[in-house]
Design a protein around this ligand. Sequence first.
Ligand code: HEM
Length: 504
Amino acid sequence: MNITNFLKDFNLPSPLFVLSTIPFLFFLVKQIKSLPSKCSKNLPPGPPKLPIIGNLHQVDNKPHVSTANIAREYGPLISLRLGNQLVVIASTPEAAMGILKTQDRFLSARVVPTAFQQPSLIPHSLIWSECNETWKNLRTLCRTEMFSTKALEAQSMLREEKIGHMLEFLHSKQGEAINVEDVVFTTLFNTLSSIIFAKDLIDLKDDYGGSNELKATLRKIIEFGGRVIDFGSFFPILERFDLHGIRKGTLKLFSKVFSYWEYIIDERRSQVNSSTWSSEQAHTFVDRLLENGFSNNQIHQLVTELFVAGTNTTTSIVVWVMSELVRHQEVMLKIDNEMKREIKSDKINSSHLSKLPYLQACIKEAMRLHPPVPLLLPHMATDTCEVMSYTIPKNTKVFVNLWAMGRDPNVWDDPFSFDPERFMVTKLDFKGQDFELLPFGSGRRMCPGLPSGIKSIEFILASLIHEFTWVLPDGVDPSKLNMDSKFGIAMKRETPLELIFKRK
Ligand code: HEM
């Protein structure tokens, strides 16, 4: 790719403009100064680097795919230079273990994407904080109040209720083509908003057509956050200029979302502070935050992060499993038989889920092929350390390419075929101990929302399979269903999955 096309492709300023700016000259000087350093001798291998841009031209808008291709040539642990950022990427279970287990202590800080570099927000962030006291306390609080077995049990009625609404809605739309992602996202969103605020925030009916403003704003934040090629982030000296307006754009979106939360929180706060309030009435997550003395700003940040991290990832898995099941009718038939055998009632409830090992194997298999967060979130080295005998210098950005690991023929037999049986004959699980399968990560930064996310995924899929037959509209041949993916904070289908749901 030539440099002018590269800049155009990513909507970057023209080379003439860039060259004409004084900062660019400073940047050139800094670049030249920062070229090979003393410790670069023992870096993981990687392709030759061009002056200034390094390997930027080799990483496109599907970085999980382009870096997997580079890893095939250079090995399990590669190093790239993107602008003046050193980036190390692991692409095998052994390399992932080196990063997420052996050197977890040094490699668990975060690189904050440009979109989220808002000085007022980072001090309250769970996702983007270093592993500091704030981060530790927020994780502990979320684990106890939201993701513990006790909390999950308390949420199960809400989950059943929201899934019930989804089923009712789909029954009312029989014969119509439905955008699956919209309906699943809304259901998960309302489940989470009921847990946090005791309120549904999106109406399934309004949502049909994608008109809901809150949903649109949160999606925009996710889209900004997922921009991998952001010129500024690879050239820190340019960062302050916010060339793409990403930081400014996201700040506007944040204030819009925060004003939604503000109203609800103030209403709740005045109830909590009233003389008639007793702690037995506190049952939402926000009540717990208020009892723990959280300020509005702290609550805004945490709640937004939970929505951003929890809804898209979970939706993505449900949609990928459904896409695979539509393409593999023989697998769908096996799940059907499992359900007929194990479930005798009309409706699915949480107690049925543990009786469906074949459905669970299908979910694992879809997560192997389509990990929702294909490179994990960006980690950063707080100190120089060694992985697989290579040096990882302090401040290196570190990624684990789950997408490459899931398709590696050295790890999986026949890696490109969707074959849930492979998980019926192994105990491999996604809980962070088996480095072949890490959709939720592993180690101290591992996803805290796993128990809640997986419950929703199983429940939604079991309910949709139990009640409906799924048909592609316009007689599309299932084997021709487009399975291309689009990279982002959560990896989605490139084209929406539309299905007609017919009552069984
Ligand atoms: C079921 C689908 C989900 C998947 C596949 C998933 C995956 C991930 C991954 C890969 C990470 C980053 C791990 C790393 O960087 O090493 C992560 C972090 C995180 N996830 Fe999830 N997640 C899911 C659901 C959820 C849910 C339902 C919530 C909350 C409601 C949630 C909240 C978080 C948070 C707060 C973090 C940041 C943790 C930290 O930085 O310490 N996730 N998730």
